[in-house]
Design a protein around this ligand. Structure first.
Ligand code: NAI
Length: 333
């Protein structure tokens, strides 16, 4: 299959090339993000391979279909960046990687919790300046604290198991309670109760029209004062401006983000030589109790290996047995 791979970074090229060694697809690596303006770069390809900040809006999908593309193979679990209805109408097959390493994301989530709580990001800088004072670095024991997990799918369950391991009481909210989470000792409660009782709230549900700005000003008002909020799901699960107000008032005591509402214009590139045009992001970076990583929770050797292997397997199945060869969770439409 001829495949145009968009948003390619050196690590994507390395892992996909290894995974493709025996499959033999004809991969063309493009650095460009996939948008309505760049979709025509796929001319002559049977499939495109896209990542989280590629914009598969109706117009881009139109362009792809006109260029002869039949298959969209996402290198991600989330597919909120795809206009699924438009893809279905155009007869495009959209595939994803439903599970590559829930542990990678869950462990990064735990990393943000620990770093924020014990102020490791600040301690690192202090010690490098030979400032060994502890004032301002006071943390709290995780043991005995309450953690609220919104969304207990593959990643949320791993987070629950890690937090139970720390000795936390774990509450969860999910329309479909998960047996593995219950077995780990998780108690399912309504979202409002979870927000009111948790010292740490962490988001692991997908971004859908229902979960857009799930954490807004009204819900922030329900939080325990000084809560730690962690978002490694998708940026638009939280209303950034409302969160900034929550930080200013002290209602939010700690914020850990791996994703950001407007990350498409920022993340995955070195922008250190340029002026930052996003005032909300700039404001977030001024708070001492905010820790942001640039969508790297998935970024482990294991995660990249599995993403590449599943993406190539998805393409091979469709190439050999037609568009209906892939079913179940990897199939978006
Ligand atoms: P999953 O599909 O296994 O689980 C999602 C869970 O959320 C399901 O149990 C579902 O019932 C629940 N859910 C849906 N709507 C909800 C709501 N309104 N309230 C509470 N729960 C709700 O997905 P998985 O693999 O656990 O991933 C979760 C999300 O994490 C993905 O959709 C993606 O956006 C994000 N992600 C982020 C990564 C990163 O690098 N930062 C990497 C991979 C995924």
């Amino acid at each position: 299959m001829r495949v145009a791979v968009f948003s390619t970074k050196p690590y994507d090229r390395d892992f996909l090339t290894v995974a493709n060694a025996t499959a033999g697809h004809d991969l063309t690596f493009l650095e460009a993000r996939l948008t309505a303006q760049t979709a025509r770069l796929a001319e002559g390809a049977d499939a495109v391979c896209a990542f989280v900040n590629d914009d598969l809006c109706a117009e881009a999908l139109d362009q792809l279909a006109e260029a002869g593309v039949k298959v969209v193979a996402l290198r991600s679990a989330g597919f909120n960046n795809v206009d699924v209805a438009a893809a279905r109408k155009l007869g495009l097959t959209v595939l994803r990687v439903p599970e590559y390493s829930p542990h990678a994301v869950a462990e990064h989530t735990a990393g943000l919790v620990l770093a924020l709580n014990r102020k490791i990001h600040r301690a690192y800088n202090r010690v490098r300046e030979h400032n060994f004072a502890l004032t301002g670095l006071l943390g709290f024991d995780l043991h005995g604290r309450t953690v609220g997990i919104v969304g207990t799918g593959r990643i949320g369950v791993c987070v629950a198991q890690i937090m139970v391991g720390f000795g936390c009481r774990v509450l969860a909210s999910d329309p479909y309670p998960n047996d593995a989470a219950i077995a780990a000792g998780v108690e399912y409660v309504p979202l409002e109760r979870l927000l009111a009782e948790s010292h740490i709230v962490t988001l692991h549900c997908p971004l859908t029209p229902d979960t857009w700005h799930l954490i807004n000003a009204e819900r922030i008002a329900l939080f325990r004062e000084g809560v730690m909020l962690i978002n490694t799901g998708r940026g638009a699960l939280v209303d950034t401006r409302a969160v900034i107000e929550g930080l200013k008032s002290g209602q939010i005591g700690y914020l850990g983000l791996d994703v950001y509402e407007e990350e498409g214009e920022l993340f995955f590139e070195d922008r250190s030589e340029r002026v930052l045009g996003d005032d909300d992001f700039a404001r977030l970076t001024t708070f001492p109790n905010v820790l942001i990583t640039g969508h790297q929770a998935f970024f482990t050797e294991d995660g990249l290996h599995n993403i590449a292997a599943t993406t190539i397997a998805n393409l091979t199945a469709v190439a050999h047995d037609g568009p209906d060869a892939v079913t179940g969770p990897p199939r978006v439409c």
